[in-house]
Design a protein around this ligand. Structure first.
Ligand code: MN
Length: 276
């Protein structure tokens, strides 16, 4: 199932470029920016209702709708660091010294923005870069899970551009967390449609120029290993996001840029970039 949020928080299923409004299947509760946590928590019960509702709905072309981020306010976003060898090497080459070992950090949930929206560069002459990433969406709640069972706790996948302020000293959580620094989408693809999350091409263009062209086959820590690591530290709640790290080719974003990211089986996420 390919789940989208659109317009003023309608829930839809996306099939062949058409969106089927299934908001009516939500027990009369209105979809809201926070509703997706509830959908994630209750997904196994809701899934047949969503399918049935889609069967009754009239499909509308994607172009007629305003797509929203599929998880507008996750309770947290974890993001893997140095989880592609060649990206760890490109960062090490800049600063000198050995490549970092994989780890994760927290990125503020308030940084989420959606397809077609604008990434706002912080004022000043700081350097801000793009990182194209496959994002895991948790079904949870889960704590202390072994990698062998971790995929059972995954609801699905989406795309996340981990926008990152590079310049200056300071804390990573601030440099990763400016408002609009987490474009998310275009849809949430349930795990049954992604039989192997380690065989997905991931590409990012700036103004049509291909900057990143990787594959999740190159992840250092696999999706189950990342879930195990994260859940060894903290409880993962429904709708929580784990961005899996970025392949090499990260580069600078400038005022007026158009950024597009594509991940196999997930789709294309486009955003604009503006200064200030
Ligand atoms: Mn990243």
């Amino acid at each position: 199932m390919r789940i989208v949020l659109f317009d003023d928080w309608r829930l839809g299923l996306l099939e062949d470029g058409l969106v089927f409004d299934v908001t009516g299947a939500l027990d009369g509760r209105e979809a809201t920016p926070l509703f997706m946590q509830g959908v994630a928590a209750d997904f196994d019960r809701l899934a047949p209702r969503l399918r049935a509702a889609a069967g009754r709905a009239r499909g509308r072309p994607l172009g007629e709708l305003r797509l929203r981020p599929p998880l507008p306010h996750p309770s947290k976003i974890l993001a893997a660091k140095a989880n592609y060898r060649r990206h760890a090497q490109e960062m090490a080459a800049r600063r000198g010294g050995p490549p970092a070992e994989p780890d994760f950090f927290l990125k503020a949930p308030s940084a989420v923005t959606g397809p077609g929206e604008t990434v706002r560069l912080p004022p000043g002459d700081g350097v801000t870069e793009h990182e194209a990433e496959l994002a895991v969406v948790m079904k949870g709640p889960v704590r202390g899970i072994h990698a062998d069972a971790a995929l059972d706790a995954v609801l699905g996948y989406t795309g996340l551009i981990d926008v990152s302020l590079r310049s200056g000293d300071g804390d990573l959580s601030r440099k990763k967390s400016y408002d609009t620094f987490a474009p998310l989408g275009p849809c949430l693809v349930t795990a049954d449609e992604v039989p192997d999350p380690h065989r997905l091409g991931i590409r990012l263009w700036v103004n049509g120029e291909l900057r990143q062209d990787g594959t999740t086959a190159d992840l250092v820590l696999s999706v189950p290993q990342l879930v195990e690591l994260a859940a060894s530290v903290m409880t993962l709640y429904p709708g929580d996001i784990i961005a899996t790290g970025t392949p090499e080719g990260v580069g600078v974003l400038r005022d007026g840029d158009r950024v597009a990211m594509e991940i196999d089986r997930i789709g294309r996420l486009e955003v604009m970039v503006k200064q200030g």
